[in-house]
Design a protein around this ligand. Structure first.
Ligand code: DX5
Ligand code: ZN
Length: 226
């Protein structure tokens, strides 16, 4: 397993969402994102049920594993992620993030993810209240705050996530759990700064980062001072 510690104060790790990468040219595109400073890779798994879109599953995650040594964080937008945990573990991803809104027994599924040797992540949609995560704060390594309705790249940032990030950071500072705070959806230099200042540790960026004319500058802008 390959994972990241908390970033230096005031900075964030940068996670390109491969949804916006060039899948017809994925090896070179991942190498390019890596050369320009990506810290980990965000893999958007969509099942055409939890969200309307359909992307890829463990088989492609395994292929991506062979293309990169960076930590791989799989964001499972799936109704039944608990049916696929072993397959994802075999694919070689380092972290699995399930949605609190899915049909899985949440606590058992998080425990199983940990038992399989992966980091345990939980996510929530923009419309889901933050207190839905409170029962799990001590059972996760990663919390993914969605700032768009999941399903598609290229949507506009919903600022409801900023307050959620600040709430989670305050709870963690008060000793509730020890997790990284990840944010996903509509992240660019400006929205990324807001999230970083609220306490986000990992900024996921799809379209803005992958399509930037200068990916190094985009990564630096997301990472922040330090
Ligand atoms: C949305 C995905 C995101 C998406 C982000 O369902 O979870 O990871 O790729 O893309 P942007 O940064 O374009 O909003
Ligand atoms: Zn995502």
């Amino acid at each position: 397993m390959n994972w990241l510690p908390r970033p230096a104060d005031g900075t964030a790790w940068v996670a390109p969402s491969l949804l916006s990468a060039d899948f017809a040219n994925l090896g070179p595109d991942i190498a390019d994102l890596t050369a320009h400073g990506a810290d980990l890779l965000h893999l958007d798994v969509m099942d055409a049920h939890f969200v309307p879109n359909l992307t890829f599953g463990p088989f492609i995650c395994g292929a991506i594993r062979r293309l990169s040594d960076l930590p791989l964080d799989a964001h499972l937008m799936m109704t039944r992620p608990h049916d696929y945990l072993e397959s994802f573990a075999k694919s070689g991803v380092d972290g699995l993030t399930i949605h609190v809104e899915c049909d899985a027994p949440i606590a058992e599924t998080l425990a199983r993810i940990g038992d399989l040797g992966m980091k345990r992540g939980i996510s929530l949609n923009p419309g889901t209240p933050i207190d839905s995560l409170y029962p799990y704060l001590n059972q996760v390594d990663l919390i993914l705050v969605m700032t768009v309705q999941p399903g598609f790249g290229g949507q506009s940032f919903n600022p409801v996530g900023v307050e959620k990030i600040a709430d989670l950071a305050a709870r963690r500072a008060a000793g509730e759990g020890d997790f990284l705070i990840n944010v996903d959806g509509g992240i660019n230099d400006e929205t990324g700064r807001l999230c970083r200042q609220a306490g986000a540790d990992i900024l996921v960026s799809g379209s803005w980062l992958c399509k930037a004319a200068d990916r190094s500058a985009a990564v630096r802008a997301l990472r922040g001072p330090g």
